[in-house]
Design a protein around this ligand. Structure first.
Ligand SMILES: *Cc1c(COP(=O)(O)O)cnc(C)c1O
Length: 399
C-alpha cells in the first residue's frame, strides 16, 4: 500500500512504521558484533508500541526500559524478565523495589540506591551504571556521560562503590555505560571500553557489560552516521581479547533505540494551508509539535517529501504546524509544488516521535500503523475527544 492509500484507509496525521526495515536494522546491528555472547536490548522509549515490542521479541532482542511502565509493557509483549534491563534515572525506592520483584535486570544509577538495595535485597544481583566523564553525543541534551551529567555513578567514585559492594556483599553482575546519543566516532566507544575494562578487572562476580547506545543515524541524505561495520570489528576484537586475557566469560550488551527504528518511521500529514507572506511561503500542515517535537526541541532535521505531487515544479517553502505557538518543522525547504490537501511525509519518524507526542492544544495523538511483509496493521488508534477527557473528574465545585 502506498502513502495515498494508507491515508485513505487510516486518515492523517498518521505514523507509519516499516517492520521489514526494523528487522533489517536489528540484523545488521547484531551481525556486526562477533562475540561469544551478545544481547541487544532495544531501548523502547524510542518507540514503545506493543506490536513493535512483539516484533523485537520475535527478532530475538531484549529490552531496555527506563520506567516501570515500560517494564510492564515489555512483559506484556512476551519478554522474559531476564531479557529486560531496567535503567531508570532518579526514580524512587518504590519503583526499584517493584522492578526487583518483577525479576528484571536492575541497573543502579546512584550510590543511595546501591546502598538501599544492598541492605534490603541482599541476594539481588545488580548492574551499576557508571559515568565515564566523556563528552560525546549530538547535543548537550542527549550527551549524558559527561562530567556535569546527572546520569550514572562517577568512575572516580568507584573506590566508594567497591566499599559498599564489599560491605554489603552485593552481587554486581553487570556494569553499564551509556555515553550519549549520536556518537559518530568509533574511537569514543573504544575509550569507554578501556575505562570499563579497568574497572571490570577486579569484579569477580561480573557476568555482563552493557555499553548502552549512542549510535547515530542519518537524518540528511549527506549526513553522517556511526560506522557500525568499523565499530563492530574494532569493538569485538577489544572485547574478546579482554575476556580472553582475564579469563572472563562475559555477555556483551547494547541498548540501541534510535538506530533500530528511526529510519523505519514516516509521519504522514496533510497540507491545510499554503500561505504566502512578505517573508516566505508557509505550508501549514494538520500536525504540530504536539505530534513531532524533535525539530523544535532538538533542532532536529527531518527530511520532508511531497508524496502527492512528486514531479511538481520545485519551490521554496517553510513548513509549519497548527499549534498556537511557533512550531516550525523546516525552513526554506525545496519541495515539488505544494497544494492544499497534498500529503507530505517526514522521514526518520520512527524514534522519539510518537513517544514524545502530547495532547497540547487539546489535540488527539495520531494513529500508528505497522507495515510488515506487505500487510498493514493498525497498531494504535487515533485518540478521540473522549480519550482526552476520560480522566477529568467533575466534582461539584462550590462556586
Ligand atoms: C535513551 C537510552 C538509550 C537509547 O539511546 P538511542 O540514542 O536512542 O539509541 C539506551 N540506553 C539508555 C539508558 C537510554 O536512556
Amino acid at each position: 500500500m502506498n502513502f495515498q492509500q494508507l491515508a485513505e484507509k487510516y486518515g492523517t496525521p498518521l505514523y507509519i512504521y516499516d517492520g521489514d526495515q526494523i528487522a533489517k536494522n536489528y540484523k545488521r546491528f547484531v551481525n556486526n558484533f562477533k562475540v561469544k555472547k551478545l544481547k541487544v536490548h532495544y531501548a523502547c522509549k524510542a518507540l514503545s508500541n506493543l506490536s513493535v515490542l512483539k516484533l523485537f521479541k520475535h527478532l530475538g532482542a531484549g529490552l531496555d526500559c527506563v520506567s516501570l511502565n515500560e517494564v510492564r509493557l515489555g512483559l506484556a509483549a512476551g519478554f522474559e524478565p531476564q531479557e529486560i534491563i531496567f535503567t531508570p534515572n532518579n526514580v524512587g525506592e518504590d519503583e526499584y523495589e517493584a522492578a526487583v520483584k518483577l525479576g528484571v535486570l536492575v541497573n543502579v544509577d546512584n550510590l543511595h540506591m546501591l546502598e538501599y538495595l544492598g541492605m534490603n535485597f541482599p541476594d539481588q544481583p545488580l548492574c551499576i551504571r557508571l559515568n565515564p566523564h566523556i563528552m560525546a553525543g549530538g547535543n548537550s541534551k542527549i550527551s549524558v556521560g559527561h562530567v556535569g551529567s546527572k546520569f550514572g555513578i562517577s568512575i572516580h567514585q568507584f573506590p566508594l562503590v567497591k566499599r559498599i559492594i564489599n560491605r554489603l556483599k552485593i552481587n554486581v553482575e553487570g556494569l553499564h555505560i551509556h555515553t550519549g546519543s549520536e556518537i559518530v566516532d568509533p574511537e569514543i566507544y573504544l575509550r569507554v571500553a578501556d575505562i570499563i575494562f579497568a574497572i571490570a578487572e577486579d569484579l569477580p562476580t561480573l557476568k555482563y557489560i552493557d555499553f548502552g547506545s549512542g549510535f547515530k543515524v542519518k537524518y540528511k541524505k549527506e549526513g553522517f552516521e556511526t560506522d557500525l561495520e568499523a565499530l563492530g570489528k574494532l569493538f569485538s576484537e577489544r572485547f574478546n581479547s579482554f575476556c580472553e586475557e582475564r579469563g572472563k566469560d562475559l555477555t556483551l550488551r547494547f541498548e540501541p533505540g534510535k538506530y533500530m527504528v528511526s529510519n523505519a518511521g514516516s509521519f504522514l500529514v496533510k497540507v491545510n494551508v499554503v500561505k504566502q507572506t512578505t517573508a516566505c511561503t508557509f505550508v501549514g500542515i494538520n500536525a504540530g509539535f504536539n505530534h513531532l517535537i524533535r525539530p523544535m526541541f532538538y533542532d532536529a532535521y527531518h527530511r520532508i517529501k511531497n508524496v502527492s505531487n512528486p514531479k511538481g515544479n520545485k519551490k521554496i517553502y517553510t513548513v509549519v504546524g497548527y499549534i498556537c505557538e511557533t512550531d516550525t518543522f523546516g525552513v526554506d525547504r525545496i519541495l515539488p509544488e505544494v497544494r492544499v490537501n497534498d500529503l507530505l511525509i517526514f522521514k526518520n519518524a520512527g524514534a522519539y516521535c510518537f513517544t514524545m507526542a502530547s495532547n497540547y492544544n487539546f489535540r488527539e495523538r495520531p494513529a500508528e500503523v505497522l507495515v510488515l511483509n506487505g500487510k498493514d496493521y493498525l497498531i494504535s488508534k487515533r485518540e478521540t475527544f473522549e480519550d482526552l477527557t476520560r480522566n477529568f473528574v467533575d466534582p461539584a465545585l462550590e462556586l
